[in-house]
Design a binder for this molecule. Structure first.
Ligand code: BJW
Ligand code: ZN
Length: 251
């Protein structure tokens, strides 16, 4: 692990443009459940079966109950040392830093990250299914079938479900930043959901060096120059410490 950490710190120090992809694993140590694996099922069902527009058409109240629970839960959680280490990296880096997150929990911004691209939307935002007006409702509790104040249509969480397109402009910026980066960190994601997972091979095709941080090996591991296995709340602060220590030596 020591050697891998040093290798990763060196890759990071050698890069002026850094991009990061995060998934649910980075928020696990804040107390939020991940999607897949133990305890990661959505009310006993596979996320692929329920996080769809069809599920919302079938039973909007069920879907809203789930999102309201998650919104309420968000009011009780804080960013963890993994989120904070990424703030530290953004602040120390003199070049470009882009944080692409699949998470909808807003914890990167709560920690202080600035250049964040939320490619799967945000749980604090709601969107009208009629007039499409999007508003920030924070973590305030909403009814099981919340209605738009403007036109009275049903509201939905402003997140990206399966079979839906990612927000076009945000996705374009993510592709551009990852395609241009020299070092790409892939943190706490199973890397099975596309098109986000495709960013890993996209970075590789554009000659980025890739560092993965995860509890286990994933489909992204074979693309990684180095894979640091462990909780991101521990590994990321360790990596940042080494990065900062060696910075004056290397630069
Ligand atoms: C730790 C840790 C710790 C734990 N430290 N690590 C190409 C190929 C195949 C399929 C497709 C394809 N292109 C499109 C598709 C279809 C589909 C897809 O990808 N399906 C696959 C699953 C088979 N994709 C889509 O439908 C996307 N849309 C699209 O492509 O539009 C075009 C289209 C139009 C019409 C028809 C078809 C296509 C949209 C995908 C939207 C995903 N939405 C969700 C829900 C968001 C809202 C919400 O939160 O409720 O996004 S699903 C869910 O998965 C969520 C996540 O962002 C996403 C990724 O999950 P993530 O973050 O990786 O979490 P986990 O749980 O999987 O992994 C956690 C990891 O952390 C694990 O590895 C742990 O080991 C690790 N970990 N603790 C470090 N402490
Ligand atoms: Zn409306």
């Amino acid at each position: 692990m020591e050697e891998q950490l040093e290798h990763a710190a060196r890759l990071l120090r050698g890069a002026r443009r850094v991009a990061v992809l995060t998934g649910a694993g980075i928020s696990a140590e804040s107390g939020l459940a991940t999607f897949r694996g133990a305890g990661g099922l959505w009310e006993g069902q596979r996320v692929e079966d329920v996080a769809t527009p069809r599920a919302f058409e079938r039973d909007a109240a069920l879907v809203w109950r789930f999102y309201n629970l998650r919104r309420a839960n968000l009011a009780t959680v804080q960013p963890n040392p993994g989120h904070r280490a990424l703030v530290d990296l953004e602040n120390r880096l003199t070049g470009n830093f882009t944080l692409v997150t699949q998470n909808v929990d807003g914890l990167h911004q709560a920690a202080g990250s600035k250049n964040v691209l939320e490619i799967h939307g945000a749980i604090r935002l709601v969107r009208c299914t009629g007039c499409r007006l999007t508003t920030d409702r924070g973590v305030e509790p909403l009814p099981d079938l919340p209605k738009c104040e403007d036109c009275g249509s049903l509201l939905r969480p402003d997140v990206v479900w399966f079979e839906e397109m990612l927000p076009h402009d945000v996705w374009r910026q993510a592709e551009e930043a990852v395609g241009a980066c020299e070092c790409f960190l892939v943190i706490g994601t199973s890397a099975v959901v596309h098109p986000a997972a495709g960013l890993v091979s996209w970075a590789r095709a554009n000659h980025a060096r890739i560092i993965e941080i995860n509890l286990t090996a994933t489909v992204a591991t074979s693309y990684a120059d180095t894979a640091l296995q462990g909780p991101s709340g521990v590994v990321l602060p360790d990596l940042l410490k080494r990065y900062a220590e060696g910075k004056t030596v290397d630069s």
